[in-house]
Ligand binder design. Structure first.
Ligand SMILES: O=c1ccn([C@@H]2O[C@H](COP(=O)(O)O)[C@@H](O)[C@H]2O)c(=O)[nH]1
Length: 288
């Protein structure tokens, strides 16, 4: 079975290095002229899926915005996941799970086992109960060609107090997470299946991302103030593994599907320029 890392590597070459988040904020629903209920949620996600599912490499539904409507919202999430996968996008569910290992195993069944109605290509996970507690997720992902993106240095200003605290050996907590994930990806070609989340807003923190050998999801772009140009500062020599992620910046261009496509194309162009990932005339991409 093809690994998530290999599938993501191909998708980023074919469609470009871009993840678009589906975050149906109440304010966005209002701006699109939709009600803040399940029918509005359904219209919103269907529009984004039909506009972008066949062209963006990765789409990242934010679970919280579906869960706030209860079981009917989760049903919309299930059908959104199905439609996105049918359209050829890789689906990364932003659900930031983390718990003791035996419970993590159940989360892994929920999201990374192909028999689950919420089965996706990859999920986000929190390592702050210990990276080892996520082992069942890594195992289930590996068994089924899935991926896990582990929070390392998040885009929010509050994250630093925990993530940049020093552990006994002098490394930051985040660097210990980064180093443990690097070990999991050792030897994987062309890219490991365990990624990290590193916010585009954090500036130059001195963390060493050069040995991760897995995808680096970069949220915080657009609405949170991060710019494509910041990617070089944050990621340094690890740029070729960066997957920039935008939600509100793209979504606020809706509800016109053509405008959503233009907005996605615009941020992709900015990111390609910043990452040095140029589009060739045959449509493929080279990374400097
Ligand atoms: O460090 C992190 C981790 C995850 N996120 C999530 O990404 C999107 C960002 O949305 P924007 O509208 O592009 O700001 C959202 O779902 C967050 O929960 C993050 O922002 N930072």
């Amino acid at each position: 079975m093809e690994s998530f890392g290999a599938r993501l590597h191909r998708a980023m070459r074919e469609r470009g290095p871009l993840c678009v988040g589906i975050d149906p904020h109440p304010g966005l629903l209002a701006r699109w002229g939709l009600p803040d209920d399940v029918s509005g949620l359904d219209r919103f996600t269907r529009t984004v899926t039909e506009a972008l599912g066949d062209r963006v490499a990765v789409v990242k539904p934010q679970s919280a915005f579906f869960e706030r409507y209860g079981s009917r919202g989760v049903a919309v999430l299930e059908s959104t996941i199905r439609q996105l996968r049918e359209a050829g996008a890789l689906v990364l569910l932003d659900v930031k799970r983390g718990d003791i290992g035996s419970t993590v195993a159940a989360y892994a069944d929920a999201y990374l086992d192909p028999s689950s109605p919420l089965y996706v290509d990859a999920v986000t996970a929190s390592p702050y109960l210990g990276v080892g507690s996520l082992a069942p997720m890594f195992d289930t992902a590996a068994r089924h060609g899935g991926g896990v993106f582990v929070l390392a240095l998040t885009s929010n200003p509050e994250g630093g107090a925990v993530q940049r605290a020093r552990s006994a050996d002098g490394r930051t907590v985040a660097q210990t997470v980064i180093d443990e994930i690097a070990q999991l990806n050792a030897g994987a070609e062309p890219l490991g299946s365990v990624g990290l989340v590193v916010g585009a807003t954090i500036g130059d923190t001195g963390h060493d991302l050069s040995r991760v050998h897995g995808p680096l999801l970069a949220p915080g772009l657009g609405a949170q103030g991060g710019t494509a140009a910041d990617l070089r500062t944050v990621f340094g020599s690890a740029l070729s593994a960066v997957l920039p992620s935008y939600s509100r910046q793209v979504l606020s261009a809706g509800p016109d599907p053509a405008a959503l496509r233009v907005a996605a194309e615009q941020v992709l162009t900015d990111c390609r320029r910043a990452l040095g990932a140029e589009k060739l005339t045959d449509g493929s991409v080279t990374t400097r």
